[in-house]
Design a protein around this ligand. Structure first.
Ligand code: SAM
Ligand code: SF4
Length: 456
């Protein structure tokens, strides 16, 4: 069999796309390999969200060119493919900067990989079309063996693209307009995953709670309605969804956190900043107080919910006082975890042209302070778990022999000691201690409900 090495950068959607590309290439006789050395095909699935992510791609391509040349000297042909959002944004520029690249394929064109690879045998090829056709309709279903190798937790893309046009963000340009997969297609995929042992699905999309897929009855289904249906799929014990926009958290979705035991009490709901002037300049379409009131409603529906967010520091024109508004919001909400970034100007986005760019040293200081507060709340949340009982979905072997690792309902990594392989089981655990990145728990005596995978 020919070998393909796939490396994905960036968000969960890229992880999902990487798996789907592996499925397509599997049908073409390729098997995946963990290392680029020895591979016949090397595919970089790239991220364009911040400048650093783009630089990483070019650094990586330099190393791959060396591997390609070394393998050529040994008589092995190696082809290099650049996929993902850098491919979409930079197109032929990638091959100009790195001539070793054979094919550039955007995120909405990868279902055509087999034809494009055939074309790329004789010339350099770039395909960055954003076609109207539904790429998902052309993808082969993942094989049971591939599903099992990927584990008991899986991502399912239900929505792609974005129409929000936040002033800092490239996504609407690299992923295109908002698109929702039809309900039947999503359900078929979830059922297939569940049949091969998947217990936990995360429905993903750049703006997943804007989901408005066509239902089997021809009407438009919301994300909440879709989740009610996914909850009925036998074997699916846990449902998560990400990433959501505060403006699209409708009443039905908030109620799903109360009504569906399979919906896990964890929500990633990016707010980006705590100042109304900055939120307006970012074109986020909500204020900090609207976000606070939304969190109150979600907490009423599901009091134990753990929240996380994304933050950008140093958006053009952000003053010290406006940054303090972000710190205040972080301290008020008490997020269980969060991602935070220095603003990175992206070519073609409105914010990149703003004159009042914040100096790098100030961004560094702000990021440091923000991350200190985020970490403080994360540790407080984790420490408060000591002595509590939680249900843990065991996903894989732990770091040391005799250990298994899994996830709490709140998406925390939990390690337990176990003599037997219990991967795929949901076990009741009492948390005994924490380390920087994990909780450590003791499994409680076997309980029927837990074994059958009842949600927390
Ligand atoms: N759709 C999601 C939302 O509305 O929040 C986020 C999508 S984006 C892939 C993930 C995160 O990257 C954003 O929430 C934002 O915090 C960050 N990000 C996006 N563009 C950025 C930029 N130009 N500079 C720094 N961070 C950025
Ligand atoms: Fe980017 Fe999210 Fe804003 Fe869409 S909603 S433009 S993906 S940050």
């Amino acid at each position: 069999m020919k070998k393909v090495h796939i490396k994905s950068f960036g968000c969960q959607m890229n992880v999902y796309d990487g798996q789907r590309m592996a499925d397509i290439l599997g049908e073409q006789g390729f098997e995946e390999t963990a290392s680029p050395e020895g591979a016949d095909l090397i595919l970089l699935n790239t991220c364009h969200i911040r400048e650093r992510a783009v630089q990483k791609v070019y650094t990586e391509l330099g190393k791959l060119r060396d591997i390609k040349n070394a393998q050529k000297a040994e008589g092995q042909e190696t082809r290099i493919v650049v996929a993902g959002c850098v491919a979409q944004a930079e197109g032929a520029e990638i091959q100009r900067r790195q001539p070793a690249v054979d094919l550039v394929v955007g995120p909405q064109a990868y279902h055509r990989l087999p034809e494009l690879l055939a074309e790329a045998a004789s010339k350099r090829v770039v395909d960055t079309d954003l076609p109207i056709e539904d790429k998902f309709g052309f993808l082969p279903a993942p094989r049971p063996q591939a599903i099992r190798a990927r584990g008991v937790s899986a991502f399912v893309t239900v929505q792609e693209g974005c129409d929000k046009f936040c002033a800092f963000c490239v996504v609407p340009y690299t992923r295109g307009a908002e698109f929702s997969r039809p309900v039947a297609q999503v359900l078929a995929e979830v059922e297939r995953l569940a049949e091969s042992g998947v217990r936990d699905v995360t429905l993903i999309g750049q703006n997943v709670n804007a989901y408005h897929g066509e239902g089997p009855d021809g009407s438009v289904w919301s994300l909440a309605r879709l989740m009610h249906r996914v909850a009925e799929v036998p074997g699916i014990a846990r449902i998560r969804y990400t990433t959501s926009h505060p403006r699209d958290m409708d009443d039905g979705l908030v109620a799903a956190h109360r009504d569906l035991p399979q919906v896990m009490p964890f929500l990633h709901l990016p707010v980006q900043a705590g100042s109304d002037r900055i939120l307006a300049a970012m074109n986020r379409k909500h204020t900090a107080d609207e976000y606070r009131r939304l969190i109150d409603r979600i907490r009423q529906a599901r009091p134990d919910i753990a929240l996380s967010s994304d933050f950008i520091v140093g958006f053009p024109g952000e003053t010290d006082a406006e940054f303090e508004d972000t710190i205040r919001l972080v301290d008020e909400i008490g997020f269980a975890s969060s991602y935070s970034f220095k603003y990175s100007p992206r070519p073609g986005t409105p914010a990149a042209d703003l004159r009042a760019q914040v100096p790098r040293e100030i961004m560094d200081e702000r990021l440091y302070r923000l991350q200190e507060r985020i970490e403080h709340h994360r540790q407080a949340f984790n420490t408060a778990m000591i002595g509590r009982e939680v249900e843990v979905l065991l996903e894989r072997a732990g770091r040391y022999p005799g250990q298994l690792a899994g996830k709490s309902p709140y998406l925390q990594a939990v390690q337990i000691e176990s003599e037997t392989n219990r991967i795929g089981e949901i076990v009741r655990v009492v948390i005994e201690r924490t380390s920087t990145n994990s909780l450590f728990g003791r499994p409680l005596p076997h309980q029927d409900g837990a074994r059958k995978g009842m949600a927390a």
